[in-house]
Design a protein around this ligand. Structure first.
Ligand SMILES: [Zn+2]
Length: 442
């Protein structure tokens, strides 16, 4: 793959009192036949308000974050320079990630790229799969409702090429124009106040193939966005082309770009880096959204409000502590142990097995990864520890990062960070599938 320089966003004005800065990130390469897949997550630091800032009984993701006195030392946070952070709680301005979330979903086409077939067929490339994916990942805590008040293709007033949409295109001016035109075209049929986020499913014949260039992009927490019905279209995911690697799995796996893009809408950073998926592999959909289905990391589930306080252990005290873990894919039981190193970073520990959204797990066991709230999206905020370094991995699944596929620890194995005096041992696994983990720290 071609390493690509960072491209700062252009044209977005500073918004007093807080300056808005934005970043554009590239996607990793997919693993099959030189497939290079690029996309960009764009976030702003000063976003406020959702697309629909109405009161909600479920509460925003940050509001519903599980907290307790015991967990307080594990709430790592970012410095002010970080745009999109793994820190807890998630900054304001993103869409809420618990309760009923209404996703306005519009299928758009252009005079130079007219929609082929029915717009509802485009919709069905992503639904109900995306809704089901979030239902499974969230243990039923995110009730994702995609609605299409405009059932057909929504024709944009200008040809596709006139918007200047290309890889890494900033919000201004092309996307601003596009969003303004979407709002104008949909407004007669849509009350934008009633939605939490916007999905724009672009006709697949607009722009390049996703095999060449992934244009799919999310603008999250962007309160500089055009206003519709009095609310900014602050959280919007655009999906282009089809992530079809030719392996014949598109019907099952092609929708997965949308949960990835929506992950940004909920405040999650990209976990792939300029070097590709080597930091996290296939252990989170924010790292790899091609290929076999995968889940979110347990850290992300905490961040999104999908775990209760009693499902999370915080190993902050010096000495030894023991913890149980049940498979992350299964509902209920302890899911996550965090070992904070300081106020910015620590080690997360969870049990990954084949089940739920995780269909490519070939070595079930305890995954240990470093989370650093002070590392920005696309720069490697999460790094998975590979218990079998340079093994080549255990998967043969296409578009699944192989080397890290056998990363988990099995009973009898230990992770050591001698410099920081941290030891994490998998003590035992019982017949019900519960694992015991022992954490020792200075
Ligand atoms: Zn992304």
């Amino acid at each position: 793959m071609q390493p690509q320089p960072e491209r700062p966003g252009a044209g977005l004005q500073a918004a007093p009192p807080e300056p808005l800065r934005r970043r554009i990130r590239r996607r990793r390469t997919a693993g099959l036949v030189c497939v290079t897949a690029l996309t960009f997550a764009v976030s702003t630091s000063a976003g406020t308000g959702h697309l629909a800032p109405r009161p909600t009984p479920a509460g925003a993701g940050p509001i519903s974050l599980a907290r307790s006195a015991a967990l307080a030392p594990c709430l790592i946070t970012a410095g002010s320079a970080v745009q999109m952070s793994e820190g807890l709680p998630t900054a304001g301005g993103y869409a809420r990630s618990t309760g009923t979330v209404r996703a306005l979903t519009l299928m758009i086409d252009f005079s130079d790229a007219p929609g082929r077939g029915k717009a509802q067929d485009r919709f069905r490339e992503f639904f109900p799969q995306t809704r089901d994916w979030f239902h499974t990942a969230s243990y039923g805590r995110l009730d994702y409702r995609a609605e299409t008040p405009v059932p057909g293709w929504l024709r944009m007033p200008k040809p596709f090429r006139a918007y200047g949409i290309e890889r890494g295109a900033p919000f201004d001016p092309g996307y601003r124009e596009l969003v303004q035109d979407i709002v104008a075209a949909a407004d007669p049929n849509v009350d934008f106040r009633t939605y939490d986020l916007l999905n724009v499913l672009v006709t697949p014949n607009a722009g390049p193939s996703a095999l060449d260039t992934v244009l799919s992009v999310t603008f999250a927490g962007n309160h500089e966005a055009p206003v519709a019905d009095g609310v900014p279209v602050a959280n919007a995911s655009f999906v282009y082309s089809r992530q079809d690697d030719g392996s014949g799995s598109y019907d099952r796996t092609g929708y997965r770009v949308l949960p990835h893009e929506n992950g940004h809408v909920f405040g999650l950073p990209d976990l792939y880096t300029q070097e590709g998926g080597g930091a996290v592999g296939h252990w989170d959909i924010m790292s790899e959204d091609w290929g076999a289905n995968n889940d979110f990391l347990g850290w992300h589930k905490w961040k999104l409000g999908w775990l209760d306080a009693d499902q999370i252990g915080c190993a902050s005290a010096p000495g030894t502590s023991e913890h149980s873990l049940t498979p992350l894919a299964e509902q209920g039981g302890p899911k996550l142990v965090f070992v904070p190193l300081n106020g910015r970073a620590g080690y997360a520990v969870e049990l990954r097995t084949r089940g739920g959204n995780d269909e490519a797990v070939c070595r079930p066991g305890v995954l240990v990864y470093r989370v650093d709230a002070n590392i920005d999206t696309g720069m490697g905020p999460v790094t998975v520890h590979d218990s079998q370094r340079d093994s080549g991995g255990c998967t043969r699944s296409p578009n699944v990062h192989a080397e890290l596929s056998d990363a988990p620890l099995v009973p009898g194995e230990t992770f050591r960070d001698t410099a920081r005096g941290v030891r994490i041992s998998v003590v035992a696994a019982d017949l019900e599938g519960t694992y015991r983990v022992r954490v020792t720290r200075k």
